[in-house]
Design a protein around this ligand. Structure first.
Ligand code: GCU
Length: 602
């Protein structure tokens, strides 16, 4: 025990203070600290890190981050963990997938590595960037607490400038994935609670004066002839140069109080799934920091119950997808993402819902290239502590981090603020505030939420719909709502004045020899639900999108019947991401017809 050593100060402090973590729960690493990454060359800190689980938060109680290297042979102080030696883990990863003994662990875990730092230019800034760590991440450098981030799927930065020693530094990170009442998502959800640093961790250097943000987009004025750029700089910057070579643009902009904006009259070739045209963008401080991006210009808006892409009506032929892999967990890669989009294209999809949390930023970059529109969301899912101001701060920050990370991506057409939340006053207050923050950060995209059917009235009715551009609707007629005819009643009772996108529907269908041949959990039953849904829904002209649940079977602890065995099996393809179920072909043929129809309509 460390009680007697000066590290833990005293026994009371170490064993009896249940407020041990409050100095480190500051959520001070948030969207305000984000730095534009396009064209930068970060240095990976991935690879082998020392690692231990810490079920009782002994590390924070005993302040393991203050332990200097010591010789085990001559040490006289008893100790409970030595961060300078012991087990290792590969980063990025989900600890559950690295060792069987870590599979169901939920709580704190410690990552430690030595970090050799050599300055490259005078007065450089140095930041630690973590692509995502689920859920609560506390960072310690050279025995000092640096900062804390909440949220399991969005990037964040810690400023190491002036805190790194030339040569050896000690970097320790505590990640806690416990499901608690104040978090987003809360304690109950239908996906596996992977934990850890599950996306890239890297060092980012910038000159003293640098470009902090770039937001460039086609102004949604229905003319398709105005590109706006909003640029934020840090340091003593008087002007920046913006270049879009293929549009004949190279212009210098004055920087006032760190900001530069311009609206350019140009007529770019418009981005669409059929023609995913991207333009190379450069922004540079003359003689200094330079960032780049590859951006598609398009306009998405609604008119009555119609969704318009570049002024043309569009029907969203979609499919849902989790970021889940039977071997890698939440960790993904370019191959996995391209395969997902290739399967969507095979289904004749033009759009995907990336459920239920921000996916890896590569997804939107690749969707830009492949021509797939995206619905992206934060996990304000099922029951949330809507009354809790900390939860509201966390939710808003996750949404702003998602938006700042991806608002130059043409493929992203929709931000979603929630999924299947009960229509209560507290939820309405929380959500309208979140919608306002979303629109203020990005006035160019549609805002939606996946709402529940109002079963009491058998209607599409949710008070939040008044604040949305598109009404997402999760309906499982034929599965959770056995009587499929109720969907027909719902259709008759509803008269929404905005576009409705079916954001979820589907049924479970098992693969394999022990799968039932008919009835619930059989492939035939699942295909039959798809047939009924795709035959009926086109009768409702306010429905402008269809997003069945889901592309692949995925891990879900709460699913333990003998067929599911810890998986949700509503996938059109099995968890092997290869074996297609009968319903796959029902949806593919339905979308082929819709695609053909939209070609003849336009
Ligand atoms: C819900 C929920 C999903 C869940 C699905 C199901 O609508 O949004 O996260 O996996 O239904 O029950 O399969």
């Amino acid at each position: 025990m460390l009680e007697k050593s000066d590290i833990a100060e005293n026994a009371v402090e170490c064993l009896h203070n249940e407020q041990y973590d409050s100095p480190y729960n500051q959520q001070n690493l948030n969207h305000e600290g984000m730095i534009f990454m396009g064209g930068r060359h970060p240095e990976s800190l991935g690879g082998k890190w020392r690692f231990t689980l810490d079920l009782h938060d002994t590390g924070l109680r005993q302040k393991w981050f203050q332990i200097e290297p010591f010789d085990h042979e001559t040490c006289t102080n008893p100790y409970d963990y030595d961060p300078h030696s012991g087990e290792e883990i590969t980063v990025p990863s989900c600890w559950q997938m690295e060792r069987e003994k870590w599979f169901y662990f939920e709580g704190s875990a410690w990552y430690t590595r030595d970090l050799d730092y050599q300055p490259e230019q005078d007065n450089e800034n140095v930041f630690l960037r973590i692509g995502a760590a689920n859920y609560d991440c506390k960072i310690f450098l050279n025995h000092q607490f640096i900062g804390n981030h909440y949220g399991g799927s969005t990037p964040f930065f810690a400023d190491f400038t002036g805190k790194l020693r030339t040569g050896r530094n000690l970097l320790m990170i505590c990640v806690n994935n416990a499901r608690t009442e104040d978090r987003i998502p809360m304690r109950n959800n239908d996906w596996f609670n992977y934990g850890g640093i599950h996306r890239e961790i890297e060092l980012v250097r910038t000159p003293k004066d640098y470009i902090k943000d770039l937001f460039i987009y086609l102004v949604p004025n229905g003319q398709f002839n105005t590109v706006r750029a909003d640029i934020t700089t840090i340091g003593e910057v008087s002007e920046v140069e913006l270049a879009i070579e293929e549009l004949g643009i190279r212009t210098r902009l004055p920087v006032i109080d760190g900001n530069a904006s311009t609206e350019l009259t140009v007529s770019p070739k418009l981005w669409s799934p059929e023609a995913p045209i991207l333009y190379d963008i450069e922004v540079q401080i003359p003689g200094g920091d330079k960032v780049t991006d590859r951006v598609g210009f398009r306009e998405i808006r609604v008119d009555g119950t119609t969704i318009l892409l570049n002024g043309q009506p569009v029907y969203l032929r979609g499919i849902n997808c989790h970021e889940d892999d039977e071997k890698l967990g939440r960790l993904t890669n370019e191959f996995d993402i391209r395969r997902r989009f290739a399967h969507a294209k095979e289904l004749n999809c033009n759009y995907m819902r990336l459920a239920h949390y921000p996916h890896h930023e590569m997804a939107a970059q690749i969707a830009d290239e492949m021509g797939i529109m995206l619905w992206e969301e934060i996990p304000v899912y099922w029951s949330i502590a809507f009354h809790n101001p900390q939860t509201r701060r966390d939710g808003k920050n996750q949404m702003l981090e998602l938006i700042k990370r991806g608002r130059n991506r043409a493929s992203v057409i929709i931000w979603s603020v929630g999924n299947e939340n009960a229509d209560t006053d507290e939820r309405l207050d929380f959500m309208t505030d979140l919608v306002k923050a979303t629109r203020s950060a990005d006035p160019t995209r549609l805002v939606t939420a996946a709402c529940l059917v109002n079963h009491a009235k058998m209607k599409i009715e949710d008070r939040l719909a008044d604040y949305l551009d598109v009404i997402g609707l999760n309906e499982y007629y034929g599965w959770y709502e056995e009587d499929f005819n109720d969907l027909i009643v719902l259709g008759k009772n509803s008269a929404p004045t905005k576009p409705v996108v079916i954001s979820e529907t589907g049924a479970e269908g098992m693969l394999g020899s022990n799968a039932p041949k008919k009835g619930a959990f059989s492939e035939t039953y699942m295909a039959d639900v798809y047939r009924k849904q795709t035959e009926f829904l086109p009768n409702l002209d306010y429905i402008k999108g269809f997003t069945p649940w889901i592309l692949y079977d995925f891990r879900a602890e709460r699913r333990q019947n003998p067929y599911q065995n810890g998986y949700n099996c509503k996938g059109l393809i099995g968890a092997d991401k290869q074996t297609r179920k009968s319903a796959f072909y029902v949806l593919r043929d339905f979308y082929a017809k819709l695609a053909q129809q939209s070609l003849s309509d336009n």
